[in-house]
Design a protein around this ligand. Structure first.
Ligand code: FMN
Length: 403
């Protein structure tokens, strides 16, 4: 398509983005997908994370795209995460001085200029050669907090160095060899992580069908990279082990606290009953998460779980949430419903896959900008000012509000 054809097309897509004709974000992304890769060379021209998603899909190899985009079974929890946000609507207040905004957070050793954190994603090298080190540079440049995965392609030492020695939490898969768990905790602590986010939502196995469908289309020789005995950096010099230990129960929190000075957060909690057990077990924080819809299918959206968990926690520890956050308004709603901070997963990987480090920076900028607009528009000049009075729970998901 020539340039004038492109600008007509682009105006049409922008019209579609604002139009009630399209009822889901995915439909918008699908429209964008076919045309933009050739035209959008500069991350600054990308207008929202859905465009970034479409670009990333064009650039990431099929099987890796399948890994990134998959949920489990029929991907219903994956969709519930995003759809859950449509249940809540924003109730703005007027004539409040919103000239200056305060979006800083500081808890459990995490100080950042934005409440939007980067959730841990394994194998970022599958999306772009910049991998986690590029994500680290981007997030440090944007004063954004990052959590590195046990399954990261780059080492925790490399990644924290790319953030000038600070601003990193470590996500832990416990493994089924306790000695390995202890070694990982000590290594992350030595590297300078202040908090471990212990992932508890994958006690064993999952059925990633979308991933399998994309892998079928991939004609490359996968064994070249995925061969027996190849280890992720975090597993270097450790005994052979499984990624998780299905036997674990809540007493493991104390065992972890006995061997590390890091704060121990649990990631992957959804039930208020578990929030109470977690606090009794001694956790320092909770991330309401369902692994981005990659753990159990037909689950609830995490934003719908958040209010009950917050109620059970009674402000004893900070509560974060991730899953399905695609707009600044989503961030605002999560904060209003009691989250101290929120995590994004796939969106920053779309930026990474589309452009490497500059794409991650663009995704962070886009969401921060949208959050700032929403805070001003709602009459909330600081994160502290945002509370449940600013959202209405309509009691049902409302897909039309997503277009
Ligand atoms: C490709 C991919 C890999 C992930 N790897 C990890 C991981 O290694 N550890 C973990 O705790 N969560 C992992 N997650 C879950 C994310 O940390 C996060 O909970 C989720 O992506 C949030 O949902 P969102 O992608 O809709 O933003 C992964 C998610 C995706 C999509």
């Amino acid at each position: 398509m020539n340039n004038s054809g492109f600008s007509v097309r682009r105006r049409f897509l922008q019209f579609l983005a604002a139009s009630p004709l399209l009822t889901t974000y995915d439909a918008f992304a699908a429209e964008v997908e076919a045309t933009l890769g050739e035209q959008l060379k500069d991350p600054k021209d990308v207008i929202n994370v859905f465009e970034m998603q479409a670009l990333a899909k064009e650039k990431i190899p099929y099987s890796h795209w399948g890994y990134l985009s998959s949920g489990v079974d029929s991907d219903l929890t994956l969709h519930a995460n995003q759809m859950g946000y449509s249940r809540f609507q924003i109730k703005p207040r007027r004539l409040v001085d919103v000239e200056k905004l305060d979006t800083k957070v500081n808890f459990l050793g995490a100080a950042a200029g934005s409440p939007i954190f980067l959730s841990p994603i394994g194998s970022c090298g599958a999306f772009h050669k910049d991998a986690e080190t590029g994500v680290a540079r981007a997030s440090a440049a944007k004063d954004t907090f990052m959590i590195i995965s046990t399954q990261a392609s780059d080492s925790v030492e490399q990644v924290i160095a790319a953030r000038n020695g600070k601003g990193l939490w470590f996500q832990l898969y416990s493994t089924n060899v306790w000695e390995n768990t202890v070694a990982m905790l000590k290594r992350a602590e030595r590297a300078g992580c202040s908090t471990v986010c212990f992932t508890i939502d994958l006690p064993g196995g999952r059925n990633t069908e979308t991933q399998q469908l994309f892998t079928r289309k991939d004609t490359r020789f996968c064994e070249e990279c995925h061969y027996d005995g190849k280890q992720k950096p975090m597993f270097k010099d450790l005994k052979q082990s499984g990624l998780v230990d299905p036997k674990l129960t809540w007493d493991v929190i104390k065992r972890m606290k006995d061997v590390t000075k890091m704060n121990v957060m649990v990631k992957g909690l959804e039930a208020p009953e578990d929030a109470e057990l977690a606090i009794k077990a001694g956790v320092d924080g909770i991330i309401v998460s369902n692994h981005g819809g990659r753990a159990t299918d037909t689950g609830h959206g995490t934003i719908e779980c958040l209010p009950e968990v917050v109620k059970a926690v009674k402000a004893r520890v900070p509560v974060m949430v991730d899953g399905g956050i695609r707009r600044g308004t989503d961030v605002f709603k999560a904060l209003a419903l009691g989250a101290t901070a929120v995590g994004i997963g796939r969106p920053y990987c779309w930026g990474l896959g589309a452009f490497g480090q500059p794409g991650v920076e663009r995704v962070i900028d886009l969401l921060n900008r949208e959050l700032a607009i929403c805070m001003r528009g709602s009459g909330t000049p600081s994160l502290k000012a945002i509370n449940s009075n600013y959202v209405i729970d309509t009691g049902h998901r409302n897909p039309d509000t997503l277009a």
